[in-house]
Ligand binder design. Structure first.
Ligand code: GRF
Length: 205
């Protein structure tokens, strides 16, 4: 059983999708810690209701070493970013190299990076005139939305779409894709090629 840490700042629907998949036995892991910068966000509240420890970071007087210690105390082997809006401290990113994932609501490398979060991502996609958007799950490095991509799922952009309607279509795919990738990572079904690319069996996703 792999211990998982989820990082959230908002609704926490991806956290819930992963938590549900683990309770249903579709992921050989369990969520042992939720990290949030907003102690009262719905994701953090849900974690408490589920009896999962919540650690607030950043918070007054807390250092990156305290965050690392919190992860170590719960023996978290994987870190999963799910709508966490703060930068993860570089020492934590390094400690979890190839063990930290993020989900982004667009097809990276487009529409990612600093400032591309929430509604803004979907607004930018609509403004660009693209006919498709989607979801990207990628490993985390020290830049926003930048590390090696593991898997993507696409959705159409439809005539008359608003940022909200597109976001809802994308989010539905997020809830399918993220638990599958996490399940694969827990099983050891993601490997690395010589060029530093993450390799996952396309049949899994
Ligand atoms: C998702 O769209 C995710 O791709 C992005 O932030 C949003 C989080 O939503 N990184 P939720 O908190 O999981 O509902």
């Amino acid at each position: 059983m792999t211990n998982l840490a989820l990082f959230v700042s908002g609704g926490g629907s991806n956290f819930r999708a992963i938590h549900d998949a683990s309770l249903a036995g579709r992921i050989a892991g369990r969520v042992t810690l939720v990290v949030t910068d907003k102690a009262e966000c719905p994701g953090a509240r849900y974690a408490r209701e589920q009896g999962i420890d919540v650690f607030t970071y950043p918070a007054h007087d807390r250092q990156p070493s305290d965050l690392l210690q919190a992860l170590e105390d719960r023996e978290c082997r994987l870190v999963l970013l799910a709508g966490y809006l703060k930068m993860v401290p570089p020492e934590v990113v390094r400690a979890y190299e190839r063990r930290m994932l993020n989900i982004h609501p667009a097809l990276l490398p487009d529409f990612g990076g600093q400032g591309y979060y929430g509604r803004r991502v979907h607004e930018a996609v609509l403004q660009s005139g693209q006919t498709r958007s989607g979801v990207t799950v990628h490993f985390v490095d020290e830049q926003f939305d930048h590390g090696p991509i593991v898997a993507q799922a696409t959705v159409p952009v439809l005539p008359g779409d608003t940022p909200e309607s597109l976001a809802a279509r994308v989010l539905e795919q997020e809830h399918l894709l993220y638990p599958r990738v996490v399940g694969a990572l827990c099983r050891g079904d993601i490997s690395w090629d010589d060029d530093g690319r993450a390799v996952i069996d396309p049949a899994i996703v």
